[in-house]
Write a protein that binds this ligand. Structure first.
Ligand code: UN1
Length: 513
């Protein structure tokens, strides 16, 4: 291991030699298959992680359920206090944990730290929520009766997260889940086990310090089999899954077939639309961040750019200038804007998308190649292409390629651009650039963008935690983080209570013998 890598690992209390236990249910264990954590920048093996055997997974599910039966009795504001302490513990490790994200996932340092900040933010939100998860008193039609709608803890929540946000997405789920009085079982992406272990160490130390069972926040590293077992388990009330549409479809069907609850965060294929009246000095750098930030590996990354024909030339000239200034490199070095793709397989997906663009007659304005000199790091050139046809039925417009490729088309009327924006299977994020209120009104209204995130003069990526995050259509309709998302993490009890000396039936029904 390089000294740098070992320094980051030991700062977080992770071993730098030997195999690391990747399973936690109050105790650390793992005697299953060994999974490798590989640095996408250097190809260096960062750690060997011992995943769960099927028996260990089963035992962890059992411990998690047991922890739930204990934790659900802790009053919600007390749970909030525990979340506050988790927040503090995370904030104290913000730099180190952020660096680990950069090391293992490959995003640049400011984004790695930003991700930990996102976890801190959602903890703050959940602390407040712990005193505000109110039910309702409903007016009863019967004399001397009252109806309460009571939010009770739901049970065990499984969080199956993706490589691209190895910390924050778990944070969204953990914090709401804890506030709601649940226990979670986390199965992280098999390629980012270290981030998961580091986060779990931080969270579990707070739980243990508060005399709570560690299995309130369990961890199971593993592959497809572990994921399947969790999704199939009747001991899991809610499965929150982030990942591909393909796997999401299987998860959705499986959970539905046992009448479980599911939150799906699947693919995004997000567009920015730039009107002729837009402030290009804001729009150009924002589209640049949306498309090139995180090397195009956010669900919210900008993949489609619709430019009004009056400003298209100017816009593309300015954007290309920014693209040309990008120097790929070590995501941990200050000033780097472009880190590697997370895996070698992602490079191949990038290459085949570029190949498709070329063979279908697209004009590649910039990029299109791998940075071979940086191998074995998975570096690819951010790419801008003008596909031959703007027809959204074409494969290249409909498919999410998880890499920095931006496809561009020109339009005359906003209506045309909105139609293109909507005419794809996915519906996560979208953004319009304009200074005309009438355009704004169309965009956010009934015949506007059909995505879950509908921004104005803000790019497609980089949402704050306060609003419900998620997408429509094949993105899965899931909502996480802010807004009313917490309501999915509780079971609602409708309680009709009779304070009277009579027992009247609803709707005035008479049933007297
Ligand atoms: C994701 O890519 O799965 O809005 C989540 C954003 C981040 C979260 C992205 N706050 O880009």
């Amino acid at each position: 291991l390089s000294t740098r890598a070992s320094n980051f690992l030991s700062a977080l209390g992770l071993p730098t030699t030997g195999e690391i236990s990747g399973v936690y249910d109050g105790e650390w264990k793992g005697s299953g298959e060994v999974m490798l954590s590989v640095c996408p920048t250097t190809g260096e093996e960062l750690a060997r992680v011992k995943s769960a055997t099927p028996e260990e997974l089963h035992a962890t599910l059992e411990q998690t359920r047991k922890a739930y039966t204990q934790f659900r009795l802790v009053p919600a504001p007390r749970r909030g206090e525990v979340i506050r302490q988790i927040r503090e513990a995370l904030a104290a490790k913000r730099e180190d944990l952020g660096a680990l994200v950069s090391l293992e996932m490959g995003k640049i340092r400011t984004e790695g730290i930003g991700e930990v900040q996102e976890f801190v933010d959602i903890c703050d939100y959940a602390v407040g929520l712990s005193r505000m998860m109110n039910g309702r008193v409903v007016a009863s039609e019967r004399l001397g009766h009252s109806i309460l709608e009571v939010p009770n803890p739901l049970g065990v929540v499984a969080v199956l997260s993706a490589f691209n946000f190895p910390v924050a997405v778990y944070g969204w789920n953990l914090s709401l889940s804890l506030a709601a009085g649940n226990a979670t079982i986390w199965k992280p992406s098999p390629t980012t086990p270290l981030c998961a272990i580091a986060v779990t160490k931080i969270v579990s130390s707070v739980l243990e310090r508060n005399g709570l069972p560690g299995a309130v926040a369990s961890l199971v590293t593993g592959g497809k089999d572990a994921g399947e077992a969790i999704v199939e388990s009747r001991d899991v009330e809610l499965v929150s899954f982030t990942g591909s549409e393909h796997v999401g479809r299987i998860v959705g069907k499986t959970v539905a077939s046992r009448f479980g609850k599911v939150i799906l965060e699947l693919g995004g294929n997000n567009a920015s639309i730039v009107m002729s009246d837009a402030d290009l000095s804001l729009a150009v750098p924002s589209v640049f961040f949306g498309a090139v930030g995180t090397a195009g590996q956010r669900c919210t990354s900008t993949r489609r750019l619709y430019l009004h024909e009056d400003i298209a030339h100017d816009f593309l000239e300015r954007l290309q200038k920014l693209y040309k200034s990008v120097i790929p490199g070590d995501p941990l070095v200050d000033g780097t804007l472009l880190g590697p793709l997370h895996t070698n397989a992602a490079c191949a997906t990038y290459a085949s998308a570029v190949e498709y663009l070329r063979s279908s007659g697209a004009e590649i304005l910039t990029g299109g190649n791998k940075y071979e000199h940086l191998a074995p790091g998975n570096f690819v050139e951010p790419t801008i292409a003008i596909p031959k046809s703007a027809n959204t039925n074409d494969y290249i417009w409909k498919t999410e390629t998880f890499a920095p490729i931006l496809n561009v088309a020109l339009f005359k009327e906003l209506e045309q651009a909105i139609e293109w924006n909507n005419n794809v299977p996915q519906g996560l994020s979208s953004s319009l650039w304009t200074r005309d209120l009438r355009n704004l009104g169309k965009w956010i209204g009934p015949s506007g963008s059909d995505a879950g995130i509908v921004n104005v003069n803000v790019g497609t990526s980089g949402a704050e935690i306060g609003a419900a995050f998620g997408g429509n259509k094949s993105t899965g309709w899931g909502r996480e983080s802010g807004g009313d998302s917490w309501k999915q993490y509780v079971r609602w009890s409708a309680c009709t209570i009779n304070f009277s000396d009579e027992a009247p039936l609803a709707q005035g029904v008479n049933f007297v013998a």
